[in-house]
Design a protein around this ligand. Structure first.
Ligand code: ADP
Length: 559
C-alpha cells in the first residue's frame, strides 16, 4: 500500500480517464455479445478495446507520480492510440454491410502503416522524446522528430474511416441510412474532440485537457453502441440493466475502499455481495426475457422469409401452369376437332360401331381434358392478375337457356331428367353487366357438376329474381338429387383444388378447380356463389346471384 502511494495518486482527471476506459470496454463487450458472429460487432469490440486500453493508459499516466514511469506509460498511451484508427477503419468498413470490400492489396496497404507506426512509437525518442509532470497540469510530453508521421497516420486513417461512413450513408437506405447518419454524426464530433484534446492542443504544449479525450470517446462509443442495438429495443433493456447493476456495484466498491472502521467495512462488503448476487439474478431473468423475445422476432423474420419464398414459388408455379396449359391446349383442340369430324363422317366411309364407340370415348376424354386445361389456364391467369374480362350486357335468361339446351344430350346420356324454370323472369329483367364467355363457363360448370355428382334422378335449373337491401338480383339455382354434401364440404369446395372426401371414387377426373374459378369470376361480377345441401345423399343446390345492371361495353383486367 505504501509503495503504491509513492507510485500513484488519486485525482479526478486520471480516475475519469480510467473509468472511461473500463466503460468503453464494457460497451464493446455488450455489443459484441449481442451477436458475436457479426463482423461489425467484432470490429466494434476491437475498436472499443483499443480505445479502452488508450483511456486506461492515459488514466494510469495521469495518476502516476513516479517520474521514471512517465515515459514507458506515455509510450503505451501512443502505442494503444495508434491501434484506434485501424480498428475504426475496419468497423466503418463492415458496419451495415458485414463484409470488407477492400481488395487484398488494399488490405495489406491498410495494415502495413500501423506496423510501421507502432515500430516508430517504440523507437526511443523518435515520436515521444520526454514526459514531464508539472503541478496543476496532468502531464507534459515533448514530441520527437517522428511525431508528424504519427499525426499524418492518425489523421489520414480517421478521415478515411469517416469517408467510408459517408459513402455508406449515401448508398444506404431505410433504417440503415438513419443508423449511419447518427453513427457518422457521433463519430465526426468524437474524432474532432479527441484530435483537439490529444493531438492539436498537445502540439501547442497544452495538456490540461489531455485526459478528457477518453471521456469524449466513451460518450461517443456509448452512443454508437446504442445505435447499433437501437434497432433491437429488447437488448437495450438488458444493456440498461447491466449498466445499472455495474454502476451500483462500482459505487459500493468505492465505498468499501474509502471505509475506515471494520464494522462499516463488513456491512458494506455484505451489502455489495448481496447486491452483486441479486444483480446476477436480475440480469439473468432480463436476458432470458430478451432471448425469448429475440427468438420470437427471429421466428417472425424466418416466417416472413419463408412466406416470401412461398410466394415466389407460387408465382413460378402459376407461370409454369400457364405455359404448360397453353402448350396443351392446341394439340387437344386438334384431337377434339378431328374426333368430332370423324364421328360426323366428314372423312367419308361408314365407321363400324366399335370404332365409333372408341372415337366417342376419345372425344369425351379430350373434352374433359380441355376443361381441365382451361381451368389450369384460368387459375394461372387469376393468380397472375392477367384474367381479362370483356364486359357487355348479357341476357342471363338466354344464356342459361342456351347452356341447358347444349347440355341436354349429356343429361340424357347420364339417364337423368333436366328441367328449366325461368317463367317468372323477363329477358330485360335478367340483363346484367358481365363477360358472356366466362358466365357461360360458370353455368356450364354448375350443370356439368350436377350431372357428374347425380347417379340417378333429376337436375332442376331455376332462374328467379330476389330482392335484398333495396337491390334486385338475378338468381340462378341448380338443384340435383345427387350425392349431396355435409356442411364442412359446402364451405371448402370453393377453395382451390378442393373436392369432397371420397368423391374421386365416383368421378375420377375432377380437378377441384371449377368452383374456385367460378367464385373468382363471380367476384369480378359483384356476384356470389354458394351451395346448400341437406347432407350426404340428399342432393345439393348451387346458387349464383348477380345484381341487375345497366348495359355498357368495357374491358377490365384483373388486378
Ligand atoms: P371437380 O368437379 O372437378 O372436382 P369443382 O370445383 O367443380 O371440381 O367441384 C369441387 C367439388 O365440389 C367436387 O369435387 C365435389 O366434391 C363437390 N361438388 C360440386 N358439385 C357438386 C354437386 N352437384 N353435388 C355434390 N358435390 C358437388
Amino acid at each position: 500500500m505504501e509503495i503504491l502511494k509513492t507510485i500513484i495518486t488519486v485525482n479526478f482527471t486520471g480516475m475519469a480517464a480510467l473509468f472511461s476506459g473500463v466503460v468503453i470496454f464494457i460497451v464493446g463487450m455488450i455489443v459484441y455479445r449481442r451477436d458475436p458472429r457479426r463482423m461489425s460487432n467484432i470490429f466494434f469490440l476491437l475498436l472499443c478495446t483499443s480505445c479502452a486500453l488508450w483511456g486506461i493508459a492515459i488514466g494510469v499516466l495521469v495518476l502516476t507520480i513516479k517520474s521514471q514511469l512517465f515515459l514507458p506509460i506515455a509510450v503505451l498511451v501512443y502505442f494503444f492510440s495508434a491501434t484506434i484508427p485501424i480498428t475504426f477503419l475496419f468497423f466503418a468498413l463492415t458496419l451495415s454491410t458485414e463484409r470488407i470490400s477492400l481488395l487484398k492489396f488494399q488490405l495489406i496497404l491498410a495494415i502495413i502503416p500501423i506496423i510501421l507506426i507502432e515500430g516508430a512509437i517504440l523507437m526511443p525518442g523518435f515520436i515521444i522524446q520526454e514526459v514531464l509532470s508539472k503541478p496543476n497540469v496532468p502531464i507534459i510530453i515533448h514530441f520527437g522528430k517522428g511525431f508528424p508521421f504519427f499525426m499524418a497516420y492518425l489523421i489520414f486513417y480517421l478521415l478515411w474511416s469517416l469517408a467510408i461512413l459517408i459513402k455508406r450513408y449515401q448508398e444506404g437506405a431505410g433504417i440503415f441510412k438513419a443508423q449511419l447518419r447518427h453513427v457518422l454524426f457521433v463519430s465526426v464530433i468524437a474524432v474532432t474532440l479527441a484530435l483537439t484534446t490529444n493531438l492539436f492542443l498537445p502540439l501547442w504544449g497544452i495538456f490540461t485537457v489531455f485526459a478528457w479525450g477518453p471521456i469524449f470517446v466513451m460518450v461517443a462509443l456509448l452512443g454508437i453502441g446504442y445505435l447499433i442495438i437501437k434497432y433491437n429495443l429488447w437488448n437495450l433493456k438488458l444493456v440498461a440493466t447491466e449498466l445499472f447493476a455495474f454502476l451500483i456495484i462500482i459505487t459500493l466498491i468505492v465505498e468499501i475502499v474509502i471505509t475506515t472502521s471494520l464494522a462499516d467495512f463488513v456491512t458494506k462488503v455484505s451489502i455489495t455481495l448481496l447486491v452483486a448476487f441479486s444483480s446476477i439474478f436480475l440480469i439473468r431473468s432480463v436476458r432470458n426475457e430478451v432471448e425469448s423475445k429475440e427468438e420470437v422476432e427471429k421466428l417472425l423474420k424466418d416466417l416472413a422469409y419463408a412466406n416470401d419464398e412461398l410466394q415466389t414459388l407460387d408465382k413460378r408455379k402459376s407461370e409454369f401452369l400457364s405455359i404448360a396449359s397453353h402448350h396443351l391446349r392446341d394439340p387437344l383442340t386438334a384431337i377434339k376437332g378431328y374426333a368430332s369430324m370423324l364421328l360426323e363422317g366428314s372423312f367419308g366411309g361408314e365407321l363400324s360401331p366399335a370404332v365409333k364407340e372408341a372415337i366417342q370415348k376419345i372425344l369425351e376424354s379430350s373434352k374433359r381434358l380441355v376443361t381441365i386445361v382451361e381451368d389450369f389456364l384460368n387459375i394461372s391467369q387469376i393468380e397472375q392478375g392477367e384474367m381479362v374480362y370483356t364486359l357487355t350486357s348479357v341476357d342471363i335468361k338466354k344464356l342459361v337457356h342456351d347452356v341447358v339446351e347444349e347440355m341436354s344430350p349429356s343429361v340424357s346420356r347420364a339417364g337423368l331428367d333436366m328441367e328449366l324454370i325461368a317463367d317468372g323472369i323477363s329477358n330485360e329483367g335478367s340483363t346484367i353487366q358481365g363477360d358472356a364467355g366466362k358466365l357461360r363457363q360458370v353455368i356450364t360448370n354448375l350443370i356439368d357438376n350436377s350431372i357428374k355428382y347425380t347417379p340417378k334422378g333429376s337436375v332442376r335449373v331455376m332462374l328467379t329474381h330476389t330482392e335484398r337491401g333495396g337491390k334486385t338480383f338475378v338468381q340462378l339455382s341448380v338443384t340435383d338429387t345427387g350425392i349431396g354434401m355435409d356442411k364442412s364440404t359446402q364451405e371448402k369446395i370453393f377453395n382451390k383444388f378442393s373436392r369432397a372426401e371420397g368423391v374421386s371414387k365416383l368421378y375420377t377426373d375432377g380437378s377441384g378447380l371449377g368452383l374456385y374459378v367460378a367464385k373468382e369470376i363471380l367476384k369480378k361480377h359483384n356476384g356470389r356463389i354458394w351451395a346448400e345441401s341437406q347432407g350426404l345423399g340428399s342432393g345439393s343446390t348451387f346458387f349464383i346471384e348477380f345484381p341487375v345492371g345497366n348495359s355498357s361495353n368495357s374491358e377490365i383486367r384483373e388486378s
